[in-house]
Design a protein around this ligand. Structure first.
Ligand code: BG6
Length: 490
């Protein structure tokens, strides 16, 4: 009973949300570098030209680039077995389409992985966590252009060869299913696609100004599937022991009412949101439902060549990972209250759940439901939760302490639910990395005030702060949890 002995406990970050040093040591611009900040109620904006005097949260982020030794030592103090981070593509290939990689960028990640090795921490590396080099966006419209598949593959194989003895666990694209959403920030984040007229824009725009070219979007997503499959195939040639996985923003949906229409709506939403992409990665094919969905959207699927489909079949993933933060309701019934937001997908409020200050509904049982559902759908594929966490405002007391019982409660309940999935439902779960073990820049709002960490970073939305780190109460709680292999959640 309980979590396996080699359970990968740890935390997860993304390069663009923690590193800063956005042009240091030869790094090129990448998509998040072009985003300005926002708040829970004021959306982030984007500008293709640098706006003088504006605060770009990712440019310095929380300066992991210069603090990684201190941060990894703190992770080790908590007992981490695993540290998920991403490589920022634009550190390795600053424009994305160069012939030769940037040695200084490669060296930085050597140092990070060596530091992990000192403490016996297993790195889990995402190749693309919304970090497409900006030049690939302006010149190619990101993955909408098939040539970008080759650039990605070159980048992926460069990393695989360089770190083949330092990194065993890899993920190709973070939350690849964000491309299912529409032509907003997520299509730019995920596929690197942007309406061309916005590239000549002088002033920041909000993402509701983006128009959707569905045909290009689904083609871009397909190209990412091919890129991922080719990376899996080539990665296994470089090191047959590599475990290469996918990463899906997994959302748990409930029908808003027992009305039969709401149930159908729930099934549709689950297919589009979760299963469309998961099936391609794990089963190596578009499901019949997925093809029907594309047909209903009026997509001409002749871009799916037989060669592509063969690669997708051959390059299936070794494990399935996902982010889980919340659940939503869907359906056509009338409901009181505003729609709620989420890390990617929104929905209608559930009267039985409480929500965070950002309106994300807290639902530990939904994590168990998600694990059960995934295990049923992909019975032979190991699962890993690679993002789960609670964004909140934290207060530093006069004596410097930070009391965050709300965060401890969130983790206690979610880990307990995960344990039920393992003990009662027999889910093959290999690890758990909490989101943002260190406070970082929020992807959705660009805020630093939305804090996820066990470790507080003195950095604020007005650009002040000295980047010093301190331990919150949750730091000691998670340490105890890991030391007991998830048994002591008190
Ligand atoms: C996930 C992303 O969607 O949610 C992360 O992979 C992101 O990059 C996380 O940070 C939490 O969302 P937010 O908007 O609170 O940062």
């Amino acid at each position: 009973m309980g979590f396996r002995n080699d359970f990968l406990w740890g935390g997860a970050l993304a390069a663009n949300q923690c590193e800063g040093a956005y042009l240091e040591d030869g790094k090129g611009l990448s998509v998040p570098d072009m985003f300005l900040g926002g708040t829970a109620t004021k959306p982030r904006t984007f500008c293709p030209k640098t706006v003088d005097g504006a605060f770009y949260p990712s440019h310095e982020a929380v300066d992991f680039y210069h603090h990684y030794k201190e941060d990894i030592a703190l992770f080790a103090e908590m007992g981490f077995k695993c540290f998920r981070t991403s490589i920022n593509w634009a550190r390795i290939f600053p424009n994305g389409d160069e012939d030769e990689p940037n040695e200084a960028g490669l060296k930085f990640y050597d140092d990070v992985f060596d530091e992990c090795a000192k403490y016996g921490i297993e790195p889990l590396v995402t190749l693309c966590h919304y970090e497409i080099p900006w030049h690939l966006v302006t010149e190619y419209n990101g993955f909408c252009d098939r040539r970008v598949i080759d650039y990605f593959l070159k980048y992926a194989t460069t990393c695989f060869k360089r770190y083949k003895d330092k990194v065993k666990y890899w993920l190709t694209f973070n939350e690849i299913n964000c491309a299912m959403l529409g032509a907003d920030a997520m299509a730019l984040y995920g596929i690197g696609m942007i309406p061309r007229d916005l590239l000549t824009q002088d002033d920041p725009v909000t993402f509701d100004k983006f128009t959707d070219d569905k045909q290009a979007r689904f083609e871009g997503l397909h190209n990412e599937f091919v890129a991922s499959a080719r990376a899996v195939i080539e990665g296994h040639k470089i090191n047959p022991d590599f475990m290469i996985g996918c990463m899906i923003a997994s959302m748990c949906f409930y029908p808003l009412s027992p009305r039969p229409e709401d149930m159908q709506d729930m099934l549709d939403t689950e297919m589009v949101t979760n299963d469309f992409c998961g099936d391609v990665h794990v089963r190596g094919e578009y499901s019949r439902e997925a093809m029907k969905f594309l047909e209903r959207q009026g997509i001409d699927t002749s871009y799916m060549t037989q060669g592509d489909l063969d690669l997708i079949k051959q390059g299936t993933v070794d494990f399935y990972t996902f982010s889980y933060y919340q659940s939503n309701c869907v359906g056509t019934s009338e409901v009181d209250g505003e729609n709620i937001s989420g890390n990617i997908f929104g929905g209608k409020p559930n009267p039985f759940l409480k929500a965070s200050d950002w309106g994300w509904q807290i639902d530990p049982e939904g994590l168990r439901y998600t694990l059960r559902k995934l295990q049923g759908r992909y019975p032979d594929t190991p699962l890993m939760v690679v993002e789960n966490g609670f964004g909140a405002f934290d207060k530093v007391e006069d004596d410097g302490s930070i009391h965050d019982p709300y965060r401890i409660d969130y983790f206690r309940e979610h880990i307990a639910a995960m344990k039920r999935a393992v003990d009662i439902d027999g889910v093959n779960l290999i690890g758990y990395t909490t989101w943002g073990p260190l406070d970082i820049v929020s992807a959705g709002t660009g805020q630093l005030a939305k804090r996820y960490g066990f470790i507080y970073v003195d950095r604020h939305d007005d650009g002040t702060g000295d980047f010093s780190r301190s331990r919150k109460d949750s730091f000691y709680w998670y340490k105890k949890c890991i030391a007991s292999n998830g048994e002591d959640l008190g």
